[in-house]
Write a protein that binds this ligand. Sequence first.
Ligand SMILES: [Zn+2]
Length: 105
Amino acid sequence: MKSTGIVRKIDELGRVVIPKELRATMNFATKDYMEIYTEEDKIILKKYNPGCFICGSVKDIVEYKGKTICRDCLEEIQKSVWLVDKWIYDKMQWVNLLHFLFFLR
Ligand SMILES: [Zn+2]
């Protein structure tokens, strides 16, 4: 653990301001969620990294309409959509063939 030499006072509501330079260094932005850990007599703050809303993985995350999803789950969904499309297309081919045969009679 590295000391920053910074000392801050806790206010009446229990808040401590993280100095701007430290927030910039740690890539903490306004409204970011922070995860709070404890270790013996220490409090550790870590930028909260929400995982995939399907499998919980935090690896290879992308955001879509405010939800986080990993690339593996996204690819699986895209594959499923493609299979449903193909299934519908195949069924339509049968329907077209039946119409064709019906009108030939
Ligand atoms: Zn996932």
